[in-house]
Ligand binder design. Structure first.
Ligand SMILES: C[S@@+](CC[C@H](N)C(=O)[O-])C[C@H]1O[C@@H](n2cnc3c(N)ncnc32)[C@H](O)[C@@H]1O
Length: 253
């Protein structure tokens, strides 16, 4: 069943319905929140169903919580990296497995993906990971302390190709400002996209924040053969022979 579920098109996941089950308290820093996903349905006609258990990976942070203290969230003193738009969690699984000495937080807006990734991370025992279901900019503004993040990863963000939709793109001046704020000195942001228009837009936007200095893109993972980050979208687009565009910027010391 899991193999079939993994193989589903992401478009089907966009149209999924789900049920949320019990509530639980996650860490000392985080209030009780809805977590367990008793059933999970994909598509309108497909009867695929899996029992997803999202605790203790999924966090629900009350708005009033303010900036989080990572040692309380992760119950360790390791550095923290954030991935925005984690999708089904392939990058987090690989990164958290390869770097158990780091903590990883995935921010994913789509509830179906978020729950799926949380369950996947839990099944692998990757307790150096957390997921939040949230819109990234607002959540970061509200909950991520200044100079508290070692790296930000953004892989295949939605390109919103139509001009009238450009305002929905994640990479905007206000977002870049927040990335600059939350990165530690020498912290890095890495981005990969398949969309040349969005890539140019990112480069222009980043030019407005010269204190994030362009550095060569280096893959955050090892053993990927010819891939850059090994996400589901990279695999899918590589199969279509699409070119990829990558960049990295670093906050000065
Ligand atoms: C094209 S998918 C890429 C998923 C994954 N990174 C990959 O490469 O397979 C983009 C993902 O970003 C999420 N997303 C888009 N905008 C977001 C935002 N503002 N905050 C959080 N997640 C967002 C979407 O829900 C979607 O899962």
């Amino acid at each position: 069943m899991w193999g079939g579920l993994y193989a589903q098109s992401v478009n089907l996941l966009y149209s999924c319905r789900h049920r949320v089950g019990s509530h639980f308290a996650h860490t000392k820093a985080v209030a009780p929140h809805s977590a367990a996903c008793g059933g999970f349905f994909i598509g309108h006609s497909m009867a695929l169903r899996a029992n997803l258990i999202v605790e203790p990976i999924l966090m629900n942070v009350p708005e009033a919580q303010g900036y989080l203290r990572w040692p309380e969230v992760f119950e360790n003193d390791q550095s923290v990296q954030i991935e925005i738009g984690s999708g089904k969690g392939a990058f987090l699984v690989a990164a958290a497995t390869q770097q158990p000495q780091c903590n990883f937080l995935g921010i994913e807006w789509a509830r179906a993906y978020c729950n799926f990734a949380a369950d996947r991370l839990r099944r692998r025992g990757l307790y150096n990971c957390r997921m939040v279901r949230a819109e990234a900019l607002g959540w970061i503004q509200a909950h991520v302390a200044t100079a508290s993040v070692a790296a930000v990863h953004i892989y295949f963000p939605d390109p919103w190709p139509k001009l009238r939709h450009h305002k929905r793109r994640l990479i905007q001046p206000a977002f870049i400002q927040q990335v600059w704020r939350i990165l530690e000195p020498l912290g890095k942001m890495r981005i990969v996209t398949d969309h040349p228009g969005y890539f140019s837009y990112m480069e222009e936007t980043l030019a407005g924040c010269p204190s994030l200095r362009r550095v060569p893109f280096d893959s955050p993972l090892t053993g990927l053969d010819e891939m850059l980050v090994g996400t589901n979208f990279e695999r899918k687009y590589a199969g279509e022979n699409r070119p990829f565009y990558s960049l990295a910027v670093r906050k000065p010391s």
